[in-house]
Design a protein around this ligand. Structure first.
Ligand SMILES: [Zn+2]
Ligand SMILES: [Zn+2]
Length: 390
């Protein structure tokens, strides 16, 4: 088996599909759909995969816009993930249209490897990354059971084979006070807004003494109705993040203590709810990342093994990485000064540079699939590394 020849043919296959992939990417880009509502994107992606010979299961895990497309037989079982949700108001400012179409391109090209060798390729459609943690739901409902390795590629401002993601948990907080005339009878009121403001002050004080790279941030979603009424209700949304699960647990309690302190001081009653989906930190598989890096570099891109920037968010991919050896690489589509989740990044996701990122991302993924099916020993090593917790 000539691995290099097979890699050249998967690259060629992606070039053959270049116009259709580009069109599909732009169609998703100009029809942005929010998390768990991405039915158009899911339909277009599965139509493409079905025409290319994949078997399709739509609406898996009880999520209408999730899907699983499969081709081939037996092991290794290699999954490539597609995301396709957009952001409120900004559209595809995280470039998930490119993630989706690079996954489809990689899946279609990987068929060549499955035909010549042995193995199964899955393209798994994972909705609602931005707002809901769709992969957390899917992981809990078995979507990644029996999968040997998981890969996807996310657009960014540099090329990197691994990304760091923080563990994170969303929190909703409400204070209940007592309304009163703010001038005539202020002494009779209990001010729920002040309780919220004191919570922010306490969290700001706490922030000086937390571990490096942990994050706490929030917004007020209800701060009262009128300036002459003592607010009897306030509400806010917060996110707490940390490098590892243990510190996240510790920090969550410290944050709750800030709210309890504010409730005690103001006399307002506190209610809080942690979000359903708790994001795990991402464990990137180093062997898989090295293979991907080598393949991406062969396309003429300079690729970091580790993302050298300090920018770290969180992703539901973290939860997938706890179940199977995974990577979440980045492919550059915009200059370093462009920010993710900005209108400039949304433009980049629909640009020529975005298309080049899509094609290179798809090629690097498909070539890595070739490496995996051509060398079963590598898959064993990757799984061993995963079991050892590396
Ligand atoms: Zn995003
Ligand atoms: Zn994203």
């Amino acid at each position: 088996m000539d691995v290099e020849k097979l890699k050249a043919s998967v690259r060629g296959e992606i070039d053959t599909h270049r116009h259709r992939l580009g069109e599909l990417s732009l169609k998703i880009h100009s029809n942005p759909e929010l998390g768990f509502q991405e039915v158009k994107a899911a339909t277009w992606l599965t139509e493409y995969l079905k025409e290319s010979g994949f078997s399709i299961e739509q609406g898996i895990c009880g999520l209408p816009s999730a899907f699983r497309a499969s081709y081939g037989q037996g092991e290794p079982v290699i999954a490539i993930l597609a995301e396709y949700d957009a952001l409120p108001k900004l559209g595809h400012a995280c470039g998930h249209n490119l993630i989706a179409t690079s996954a489809v391109g990689a899946g279609v090209a990987s068929k060549l490897a499955m035909e010549q060798l042995r193995g199964s390729i899955l393209v798994i459609g994972t909705p609602g990354e931005e707002l809901y943690g769709g992969k957390v739901v899917m992981a809990n409902r078995g979507a990644f059971d029996g999968v040997d390795t998981v890969m996807m590629v996310h657009p960014g401002v540099l090329n990197a084979a691994t990304t760091q993601f923080l563990a994170c948990h969303h929190l909703e907080v409400e204070f209940f006070g007592k309304a009163a005339h703010a001038a005539a009878r202020p002494e009779a009121g209990i001010n729920a807004l002040e309780a919220m403001l004191q919570s922010f002050a306490a969290i700001n004080s706490l922030r000086q003494h937390i571990k490096d790279r942990a994050r706490i941030h929030g917004i007020i979603t209800d701060g009262g109705e009128a300036a002459n009424i003592v607010p009897d209700h306030s509400a806010g949304k917060f996110i707490v993040r940390a490098v590892d699960d243990n510190y996240l647990d510790e920090l969550k309690q410290k944050v709750i203590n800030c709210f309890i302190g504010a409730a005690t001081a103001s006399g307002a009653r506190l209610e809080y709810r942690w979000g359903e989906a708790r994001y795990a930190p991402l464990r990137s598989n180093v062997t898989l990342a090295r293979l991907f890096r080598q393949n991406m570099q062969s396309l003429g891109r300079k690729v970091h093994l580790l993302d050298p920037s300090n920018s770290i968010g969180s992703s539901d991919m973290g939860n997938v990485g706890q179940l199977a050896p995974s990577i979440h690489p980045l492919v550059a589509i915009a200059p370093a000064e462009v920010l993710l989740h900005s209108s400039q990044f949304a433009s980049a996701a629909g640009s020529e540079a975005g298309l080049r990122g899509l094609l290179d991302g798809a090629k690097a993924l498909a070539m890595t699939v070739v490496d995996l099916v051509a060398n079963p020993g590598i898959v064993t090593r990757i799984k061993e590394e995963f079991r050892r917790g590396k």
